[in-house]
Unconditional design. Structure first.
Length: 224
């Protein structure tokens, strides 16, 4: 990301938090690289990366996935990717943390991915009620202690959408994920990571007003 400047936008705080951290190295000046480690993904559990063509959106999302895969086991963290950005995420397919990578050429697989996460959300709601669990933090403790239901196959799950507008425009019905309450997904350990060209492409229902937002801008080169 040598040619990009990363800007972190001011975000409205809220209560939902997750213990994840990740690091991004970005060259903010011509002379030195900066290690930048925001809390993951405070405060709302979702991440939006916005920028124009070739601004580095897919690279930033790929860096996020690999950083979390390096610091968390496949039982703790899983990624389900919808790659509409030209195949930048395909190189991650062999990571044990990655459940699937679907492209626009596999519309049935895209819809199955969304449907599977819908099912997981419903199951988590039922299980939390049955176990008397009131937060994802408590459920993580149960998972680590081996006290979660025996058929639980997931920890924190990340739906990664590289090309949010494509999901909304080309997959009728699948884009309903942005109409579900954003906080509800996070409280059950389901996060959304997305890329978009403009903030206007993202509906407010996804909770972007309280998500972690990043905007990538090409660095202007000045000729002397």
């Amino acid at each position: 990301m040598d040619d990009e400047r990363v800007s972190e936008l001011p975000i409205q705080p809220c209560a939902a938090r997750s213990p994840y951290r990740w690091a991004l190295w970005t060259n903010r000046s011509n002379s030195a690289a900066t290690r930048w480690s925001p809390n993951w993904p405070a405060p709302a559990g979702h991440v939006a990366v916005v920028g124009g063509p070739h601004s580095g959106k897919s690279m930033m999302v790929r860096s996020l996935i690999t950083a979390l895969a390096l610091t968390h086991t496949p039982a703790e963290t899983q990624f389900y990717c919808l790659d509409f950005g030209g195949g930048a995420l395909s190189s991650l397919a062999e990571l044990p943390h990655v459940g699937s990578i679907a492209t626009r050429l596999a519309p049935d697989r895209v819809r199955r991915t969304i449907a599977e996460l819908d099912t997981l959300l419903a199951q988590r709601e039922e299980r939390f009620a049955a176990l008397g669990v009131d937060s994802m933090a408590e459920y993580r403790r149960l998972l680590r202690a081996g006290k979660a239901p025996a058929d639980e196959r997931y920890g924190d799950v990340f739906l990664v959408v590289d090309g949010w507008l494509t999901l909304r425009q080309e997959f009728e019905g699948a884009g309903h994920v942005d109409r579900q309450p954003g906080r509800a997904r996070v409280e059950f350990g389901i996060h959304v990571v997305l890329t978009a060209s403009r903030w206007g492409e993202i509906r407010s229902q996804i909770g972007i007003c309280s998500a972690r937002g990043f905007e990538l801008r090409p660095r202007r080169r000045v000729r002397v």
